[in-house]
Design a protein around this ligand. Structure first.
Ligand SMILES: [Ca+2]
Length: 227
């Protein structure tokens, strides 16, 4: 009885110690073949490196796929080959999700772009919400390509939950489908996921001390019952 309790307590302390390990971070990127792609007719999709730019026949007259106007772009972040992927999934919760987009556009309204754009995890059917409403962060002249980079934390700044992002990641077995729309060419993208904070060392020490106290008291009780 006594040894069983001691073993169980040791196992519990060991489990807590593993949980107190450093936060795990995994990242994945996607890259375009061309920042100003060779365009195709508006009725055709355009694969631009890792990014698939979807045809949009509803775009206005004169538009083509790849001009960075009224276009939806899809890709997947591939975490499957990251060495810490398994450890990340085991940790169970996403605490931070830093999404970085490099955009190239020639579509400026009142000198700013992109215009009313959005990005979020999506496989084309379902998604994780709320989406990231991307502010206009580039200045430029219509018809002249400009490039810029912007980042956000999808949890802290956008309002997606860590649980829904983890479900998305595991639901696609380490692939992480994304969508962006609609007035720029996505040149590059990166997603860095970090596990949620672990218990503070102080509270962990208290927990361990509490368990040690329980073991000591149980031993005293056992000793007393044998006396
Ligand atoms: Ca737009």
């Amino acid at each position: 009885m006594k040894s069983t309790l001691a073993l169980a307590t040791a196992a519990l302390v060991a489990t807590v110690s593993v949980g107190a390990a450093q936060a795990v971070t995994i990242s994945a990127g996607a890259q375009a073949a061309q920042g100003q792609p060779s365009t195709v007719p508006v009725t055709q999709n355009l694969q631009n490196g890792d990014f698939l730019i979807l045809a949009n026949p509803a775009a206005g007259a004169g538009h083509v796929t790849g001009d960075g106007v009224d276009e939806t772009t899809r890709w997947s972040f591939d975490f499957t080959s990251h060495p810490d992927y398994a450890a990340f999934v085991t940790a169970g919760t996403v605490g931070k999700a830093i999404l970085t987009l490099q955009l190239s556009t020639q579509f400026f309204i009142n000198g700013v772009g992109p215009w009313t754009d959005i990005a979020f995890p999506s496989d084309g059917t379902q998604g994780v919400f709320p989406g990231w409403a991307i502010p206009s962060f580039m200045n430029g002249t219509p018809g002249v390509w400009s490039r810029g980079e912007i980042s956000t934390d999808l949890v802290a700044n956008v309002g997606m939950t860590g649980a829904s992002l983890m479900n998305w990641l595991t639901g696609f077995n380490g692939m992480f489908p994304m969508v962006y729309a609609d007035d720029a060419v996505v040149v590059g993208a990166r997603l860095e996921l970090t596990t949620a904070p672990v218990p503070e060392p102080a509270s962990l020490a208290l927990l361990t001390a509490g368990l040690a106290g329980l073991v000591w008291r149980r031993r005293q009780q056992l000793a007393a019952s044998k006396a």
